[in-house]
Design a protein around this ligand. Structure first.
Ligand code: HSE
Length: 348
């Protein structure tokens, strides 16, 4: 039976996911028996369409790339049952989707509107897969318990370091290990800027390049002031270390105070500035921080360059385990959604 999917938001991530699903349609079916249908897409700007028998994904992508509203989608199903213009909540509540991929714009401080989208999905018996940090950063426990109550899944691999497996690694292959600390480079934009500054580029030019390359958020304040990394730290603390911390418990400092002179000083000391996110179990409880640190070149994290992310789990049974990979991007974040969809399919 096809896994029916509704997409809330049809921007970079939603379209990236659709491109992967199309490219790998046969492979996913042969290797994992994963057979899917996109039954609905709802986007406040790009339009909305729903057909319970499934939509043609190539047509959806073409409309989006041509800048034509999804409301103009020509449904070829024989029962004339397509519906247009449904908003996110109506799509979530009334579509026949098994899983809602929540990929719309979200305020990371309030978690809205994604939190309401997740609640509506759980209450109508649908799984949520999301790369939005809001719901997990603001109310992970609430989301998780509502999903459990309705016997559905709340899957969030894409919230931390895109499709590089972090959440699923900690909860899957590393199950049984306890974590005494998690430390790493959790924001690609700032790592890219610091690397470019070391190569002699000015901060403003490096930031502009990071935006052009699609690493930075639309408003890059979240990147350079450490809010994006802070949201990831909160999620990791809650999900991986069972520590229910919130923003007020995270010490946060961005990279805007790092000057060319400080970079030169680090270089002279055989070191490099990195914006590090850290969660540590201490005798006083959990300590969490995002701040620039001067890392000696001999340290593994010093060699992580440009927009790459890296994270070291300090475990009781396996010592340190470090994972390095892409933290952003259309296909990379699209993949984070696919990996969770496959996990749900395997558990179905
Ligand atoms: N803007 C983020 C980064 C990616 O630069 O890492 C999404 O969290």
């Amino acid at each position: 039976m096809s896994h029916k999917i509704a997409l809330i938001g049809f921007g970079t991530v939603g379209q990236g996911l659709c491109e992967i699903l199309l490219d790998k349609e046969e492979y996913l079916n042969e290797k994992y028996g994963f057979d899917w249908q996109i039954v609905a897409v709802s986007d406040p700007v790009k339009g909305s369409v729903y057909c319970p028998d499934g939509l043609n994904v190539s047509k959806l992508l073409k409309l989006a790339s041509d800048g034509i509203s999804l409301d103009k989608y020509e449904c070829k199903c024989d029962k004339a049952q397509a519906r247009f213009g449904w908003d996110a909540l109506k799509t979530i509540r009334e579509s026949n989707a098994d899983t809602v991929c929540e990929l719309a714009f979200t305020n990371v401080e309030t978690g809205q509107p994604a939190i309401d989208h997740c609640k509506a999905a759980f209450e109508t018996g649908k799984n949520i897969v999301t790369s939005n940090k809001g719901p997990a950063a603001v109310d992970f426990a609430g989301m998780q318990s509502l999903a459990e109550k309705h016997n559905v899944k709340f899957m969030i691999e894409g919230t931390v370091v895109s499709g590089t497996p972090i959440i699923n690694l900690a909860g899957g292959p590393l199950a049984g290990c306890s974590f005494s600390s998690i430390k790493g480079i959790l924001n690609g934009t700032t790592n890219y800027i610091l690397c470019q500054m070391e190569a002699g580029m000015e901060y403003e030019t490096a930031l502009q390049k990071a935006q052009e390359l699609g690493y930075a958020e639309a408003d890059p304040t979240g990147d350079v002031e450490g809010y994006d990394a802070m949201a990831k730290v909160i999620i990791l603390a809650n999900v991986v270390m069972d520590a229910p911390i919130s923003a007020k418990e995270v010490e946060r400092e961005g990279i805007t105070g790092i000057t060319p002179a400080m970079i030169a000083e680090a270089k002279a000391k055989q070191a490099r500035w990195k914006l590090l996110g850290t969660i540590e179990k201490t005798t006083d409880g959990i300590k969490a921080a995002v701040k620039p640190e001067m890392v000696p070149l001999s340290h593994p994290l010093a060699g992580i360059m440009d927009a790459t992310n890296a994270l070291t789990f300090a475990t009781d049974l396996m010592g340190d385990i470090t994972i390095v990979g892409a933290g952003a991007g259309r296909i990379e974040t699209g993949y984070s959604i696919l990996t969770d969809l496959i996990a749900i399919h395997r558990g179905m």
